[in-house]
Design a protein around this ligand. Structure first.
Ligand code: ZN
Length: 407
């Protein structure tokens, strides 16, 4: 894996809410954290990294990205003429940007290929490790069904155009779930409501019906897979919670009843504030998307703040790919704007995100035995959490004990 190294004299934020009262030495061997102590004796063949006046945190985990999406509005007329592999090559650039931002693990909720996950695991390319949904499942005419644009779109399987295979009715929904499981999905992503970027539907529209959602959750659960529901309008949020999904993605219109259902049921919220709060400006933003976004933005900050205050479980996710890649940690500042302390936001982006992704036994905190997925920064995140979102302030990124980025 990699040779041993010691980070000397660094302030440790452990990802579980703890902060070392004095500098620590952190020993990394065979890709794992093997000691965190005030002083570790030097040894031969152990490389040393000076951590003085620096801060060491777990590698961040972004629970909602689309590595294959460009980070700008998609032009279907152009992408129709692009082979799918082109986007995959471009995705490698997005993956490096994500890693440089301090994100060492992601959940990709639609678009990335299983081969990309393998390429990272095998060390063929640099990028965050990936829990892939592979593709999102949605109903005909729903969110991510872009086939309505341009009049070319009667083919349900137009290649390269969409990240979403269609399913209508419980039978097809179960079939798609099984196909994704067969292809290696680590999570099933469904459309609980419409959305901003889809031409014909709206966040207030239901996506899958309660029957379709229940069929998917039952099938996924049977195969050990969690279900993530894109849910923005309140009715679809409640349909998704009642069907038993693991996480609500976006959740912008969440109300008190949904908050209580989520709290009592232990359902995660991934508020994706980075995309939610980004103003819908720019020549490439279609008018229909602009209007829907403005409508959502009027209430989302208040709604998400109420969910945070009520104690709904939160994991950090950004929807990077819909917004530019590599600014992932700006989400932490947005979570703080919605009422979290910086430390709570860091926990949402490390150990809590790890828990949601089902990878908390190996990553998400600075503890002996965990993989050395680590970030070293010159920013005191409790003092200026927003500065963490500047990749230049991320000095070292480590994955399984290997330095994959150094500034
Ligand atoms: Zn998304």
């Amino acid at each position: 894996m990699s040779s041993a190294l010691i980070v000397r004299g660094v302030t440790v934020l452990d990802g579980k809410g703890g902060r070392s009262s004095s500098p620590r030495d952190v020993l990394i061997e065979e890709g794992r954290i093997t000691a965190v102590r005030p002083r570790i004796s030097p040894a031969e063949d152990v490389r040393e990294i000076d951590g003085t006046r620096r801060f060491l945190l777990p590698g961040f985990i972004d629970a909602h990205v689309h590595l294959r999406l460009p980070g700008t509005p998609i032009n279907p007329a152009t992408s129709l003429h692009e082979p799918p592999t082109l986007r995959l090559y471009r995705a490698t650039k997005n993956m490096r940007a994500t890693l440089r931002a301090g994100v060492t693990y992601v959940r990709d909720l639609g678009g990335i290929d299983y081969g990309a996950k393998m390429a990272v695991d095998y060390g063929e390319i640099l990028g965050p490790r990936i829990v892939p949904a592979l593709q999102a499942i949605g109903p005909t005419g729903g969110h991510t069904d872009y086939r309505t644009l341009g009049g070319f779109a009667q083919d349900r399987d137009t290649p390269g155009l969409s990240i979403s295979p269609l399913a209508d009715g419980p039978t097809e929904a179960v079939l798609r779930t099984r196909e994704l499981h067969r292809a290696g999905a680590g999570v099933i992503k469904v459309m609980g409501t419409g959305g901003v970027w889809s031409p014909r539907d709206s966040p207030e529209h239901d996506g899958f019906s309660p029957e379709e959602l229940s069929a998917i959750v039952k099938e996924a659960t049977n195969r050990g897979l969690p279900v993530a529901s894109h849910a923005q309008g309140i009715n679809g949020i409640k349909n998704s919670i009642r069907a038993g999904v693991t996480s609500i993605e976006h959740g912008y219109s969440i109300d008190d009843e949904a908050i209580e259902l989520m709290r009592s049921g232990g359902v995660w919220l991934v508020p994706t504030l980075l995309t939610g709060m980004t103003p819908p400006t720019g020549a490439d933003v279609p008018d229909y998307a602009r209007a829907k976004k403005v409508r959502l933005q009027q209430s989302l900050r208040n709604n998400i703040s109420r969910a945070i205050e009520a104690g709904v479980k939160i994991a950090m996710g950004t929807d990077s790919g819909v917004v530019p890649h590599g600014r992932n940690l700006l989400e932490l500042a947005h979570l703080v704007e919605c009422g979290m302390t910086p430390m709570q936001a860091i926990v949402a982006g490390t150990s809590h995100a790890a828990e949601l992704l089902g990878i908390d036994e190996t990553v998400g905190s600075v503890e002996v035995g965990k993989d050395a997925d680590l970030v070293i920064t010159d920013v005191d995140p409790e003092h200026d959490v927003k500065a963490l979102s500047d990749p230049r302030r991320i000095k070292i990124v480590m994955q399984r004990g290997r330095v994959v980025h150094a500034n």
